[in-house]
Ligand binder design. Structure first.
Ligand code: FAD
Length: 278
């Protein structure tokens, strides 16, 4: 199948893009890498009268680094991150995550902004950026605003983006202490969307620990009990399994025993991976 006909514009400023999107409302969509939107249009799962191509917006391409954070433009592709074209002061976590997204052909065009805007529950960047404490920068007709990625992603394909708003980029905070980051992903086949993804981020020895589980619920889950266990310094995988099981009873009460075992083992593997990062 091919998409229904639509008009196409390629604005040069964020203000112009926002105005066009706001004016057309639900009949318009922004397009970045097109790796999710084009198949959806072709399958007619989505239908629009106007496509607003973001590819000329330089503001969405900016990448920078300060002592406080890493700034990543929304149009940064998965491949650019995989190839180390942007700094990764997070123990290489972002490069590793990028390299596992789908196939290289998708990574060449797919963008980090498009991934977060789509908010697919099984996407890789959402959980990663939440684990790293990232903030999303958003531009619209009424100026710019910022929001923690954890609050921005609200559920399956649901975010706080309002009419005419576009994601400009992300600020990922740098830690004063050296970070140790672990990551594990289970998918039925290489390149497919995951069934379970876990991220463990530890700031220094004895510092803040964050554990995030993705592809398990409509939005990634921050596992407080697992984080407390890892922060305690007790080196016991059985105790970690028990802590994750308790977390899952709270956050995923309806999970079946197979899903529960899968998610527990993914978190345990992410914690092992973190321990290998010295
Ligand atoms: C075969 C296949 C396998 C895949 N596997 C995975 C996988 O394993 N893990 C994974 O994470 N992803 C996977 N993806 C998705 C891929 O990562 C997409 O690139 C990504 O989800 C969307 O990025 P995009 O730039 O292509 O966005 P587009 O397809 O252009 O847009 C997606 C949505 O985001 C909106 N949007 C895009 N950019 C912005 C912006 N800056 N501001 C506001 N709204 C915006 C669009 O309006 C649209 O609704 C897969 C895709 C394919 C085709």
């Amino acid at each position: 199948m091919k998409s229904a006909p639509f008009d196409y514009v390629r604005p040069r400023t964020v203000a112009e893009a926002s105005a066009l999107l706001a004016q057309a409302g639900v009949n318009a969509a922004a397009i970045a890498g097109g790796q999710s939107l084009v198949p959806m249009l072709n399958l007619r799962v989505a239908q629009v009268d106007l496509l607003v191509d973001l590819s000329r917006l330089d503001e969405l391409k900016a990448v920078g680094e300060t002592s406080e954070n890493l700034q990543i433009g929304a149009l940064t592709t998965h491949a650019a991150i995989e190839d180390g074209m942007i700094p990764d002061p997070f123990g290489g976590l972002m490069r590793r995550v990028a390299s596992t997204i789908s196939y290289r052909a998708v990574r060449n065009y797919g963008t980090i902004g498009g991934s977060i805007a789509l908010a697919d529950p099984a996407a890789d960047w959402t959980g990663c950026l939440i684990a790293l404490g990232a903030v999303v920068r958003i531009g619209g007709r009424n100026g710019a605003r910022e929001q923690a990625v954890e609050d921005f992603v609200q559920g399956t394909y649901s975010t706080s983006l309002g009419p005419g708003e576009v994601i400009l980029g992300f600020d990922v905070p740098r830690s004063d202490a050296p970070l140790r980051c672990g990551f594990a992903k289970v998918a039925r086949k290489s390149g497919a969307f995951a069934n379970s993804i876990a991220y463990v981020v530890v700031q220094g020895r004895g510092g803040l620990v964050t554990v995030v589980l993705a592809a398990a619920a409509p939005r990634p889950i921050v596992l407080a009990g697992a984080a407390r266990h890892l922060a305690s310094g007790v080196d016991s995988e059985d105790a970690l399994r028990a802590a994750v099981a308790d977390d899952l009873k709270t956050y995923l009460p309806d999970a079946d025993p197979y899903e529960t075992r899968l998610h527990i083992s993914t978190v345990v593997r992410a914690a092992r991976d973190m321990r290998t990062q010295t």
